[in-house]
Design a protein around this ligand. Structure first.
Ligand SMILES: *[C@@H]1O[C@H](CO)[C@@H](O)[C@H](O)[C@H]1NC(C)=O
Ligand SMILES: *[C@@H]1O[C@H](CO)[C@@H](O)[C@H](O)[C@H]1NC(C)=O
Ligand SMILES: *[C@@H]1O[C@H](CO)[C@@H](O)[C@H](O)[C@H]1NC(C)=O
Ligand SMILES: *[C@@H]1O[C@H](CO)[C@@H](O)[C@H](O)[C@H]1NC(C)=O
Length: 459
């Protein structure tokens, strides 16, 4: 316990949130993004470490129509794919190239008709260029509603005896406990634990409606399943501890990729990948301020590859990229939102993808009551968090975790998911938690992602 507490404290205080609190991520929805776009591309070359924040002159221009929810058509009538990526930006795959960029944002304002400094490369990753995108029509500028009193009024309430007692008195489904390692945690630290300020999703999708085919599919799957015990074999790598860095997205993404290698190799390969490499080196995330599994387990792992833990061991702080460049990189592909695109996810497709492909990285909304989870089937208790938790920052963060299985409580028939967290083994059920299934609890069934290991190195 003491060791873990020290870890949190040493890692926790080093984080400075002041630099990022001014910025909240973009809030661009399908309505804002679907339509006609023009992409202005720089000259291409083989350098995938191209810095797309720098200004460039236009070498090529392409016109693309994005049709809800996932069809892209270019000016030559090529058909391709696109998906919104959380509310941060979008990815297009068309005519042999991929395009990804964040929607422009400044402070709490989003400019959803603009992509600045996007990355484009051919499917094989041999020709990289930068692009700026402009949507036709009127400017789409939105300002997020930001709580002004964040960080002042609501501090020092996490982990209180009052809150834990109220949770346990209010219901029997799950049990809460105070954690010594969370003693004195400030809201800022908790935001980092639960996703980081840049992991906020301003307009979360609802799960896709369950069709009859989805219901038949669910009926065909076992009542319970756990990748930690498939006929006695465990395919999930050990629980880790992200400390005070908002790097859950990296832990969840890498844990999925680790488990999928174990599954595909029948446990003959058990890599543990480096989240510090992601924190320091990924252009597709914001270090300890947050990020998203789609862009790491998938896009970063396809474009740049992952390295083993020993190539850049975990420190839980931001920094320049210090990964040992002689280390081999491990690639993943076919990354996608479960169901195909952003908003296509639901309980049935998650069950199927989990059962057939392996663990999934999932993002869900964390409220203060969750931090004190000890055991049982978690569901958010509204009144308690609002009245006692006082954890009410500018927006609920999006915490990324690893979904490894499901079950049903024999007594109550309550359905649940089995989930690996990245808060160490001294939290929850040996580092895991159960959460209510079938009701999109805390948005758990709307945003799952998957990707597939590649066993050839492309560099
Ligand atoms: C990329 O370029 C921008 C603008 O010139 C600069 O601020 C930033 O530090 C550069 N990033 C890297 C990783 O070199
Ligand atoms: C994000 O955009 C949606 C749709 O335009 C809007 O309903 C929502 O209030 C916005 N969120 C914030 C935090 O401003
Ligand atoms: C997978 O590994 C187990 C345990 O080592 C072994 O018994 C089994 O035969 C292996 N399966 C395959 C298909 O190689
Ligand atoms: C990088 O890795 C190589 C080979 O694994 C090793 O010899 C070298 O000492 C490492 N460099 C650093 C700075 O750790």
């Amino acid at each position: 316990m003491l060791l873990m507490k020290l870890k949190f404290v040493t890692v926790g205080i080093l984080i400075s949130l002041s630099s990022v609190l001014g910025d909240t991520p973009a809030n661009c929805t399908y309505e804002d993004i679907a339509g006609s776009w023009v992409f202005h591309l720089s000259a291409g070359n083989k350098n995938r470490n191209v810095n797309c924040s720098e200004t460039f002159s236009t070498k090529n221009t392409i016109k693309i129509s994005l049709i809800y929810p996932d069809i892209a058509i270019d000016e030559f009538n090529n058909r391709g794919f696109w998906t919104l990526i959380y509310n941060q930006g979008f990815e297009v795959v068309i005519a042999g190239r991929k395009y990804f960029g964040f929607s422009k944002y400044v402070g709490s304002s989003s400019f959803c008709d603009k992509i600045i400094g996007g990355w484009s490369h051919d499917i094989r990753g041999n020709d990289w260029a930068c692009y700026n995108g402009q949507k036709s029509g009127a400017a789409i500028t939105k300002t997020n509603v930001v709580k002004k009193d964040f960080g002042l009024k609501f501090s020092h309430r996490i982990n209180s005896q009052e809150m834990v007692a109220s949770i346990n008195a209010a219901q029997n489904s799950w049990q809460a406990v105070r954690y010594p390692q969370f003693e004195g945690l400030r809201d800022e630290d908790f935001i980092n634990l639960a996703g980081g300020p840049m992991s906020v999703i301003h307009s979360r999708p609802k799960p896709a409606p369950l069709t009859d085919a989805h219901k038949r599919l669910m009926g065909s799957l076992p009542e319970s399943f756990d990748w930690r015990n498939v006929n006695g074999v465990n395919y999930v790598s050990p629980v880790r501890n992200q400390g005070g860095c908002g790097s859950c997205y990296a832990f969840a993404a890498l844990a999925m990729d680790e488990a999928r290698i174990r599954i595909l190799t029948n446990n003959t390969q058990k890599p543990v990948f480096s989240p510090q490499d992601v924190v320091e080196c990924s252009p597709y995330s914001q270090g300890c301020a947050g990020g998203f599994p789609y862009l790491i387990s998938g896009k970063y792992a396809e474009d740049y590859g992952l390295v083993l833990e020993e190539c850049n061991s975990y420190k839980g702080i931001d920094g320049i990229c210090t990964t040992n460049s002689t280390c081999p990189r491990h690639y993943f592909t076919n990354y996608k939102y479960v169901g195909g695109y952003y908003g296509a996810t639901n309980e049935a497709v998650i069950l199927q993808a989990l059962y057939e492909g392996g663990p999934l990285a999932v993002g869900f909304m964390v409220y203060s009551d969750f931090s004190n989870y000890k055991s049982g089937i978690y569901h958010h208790i509204d009144s308690i968090s609002d009245n006692l938790g006082r954890f009410n920052p500018f927006e609920i963060t999006n915490h990324a975790v690893l979904l490894v299985g499901w079950g049903v409580d024999k007594k109550t028939s309550e359905k649940y998911w089995i989930v690996k967290n990245s808060w160490g083994e001294n939290w929850g059920i040996d580092g895991y938690f159960w959460i209510r299934r079938g009701t999109d609890e805390c948005g758990f069934e709307s945003l799952a992602v998957e990707s597939t290991p590649v066993f050839t190195f492309n560099s």
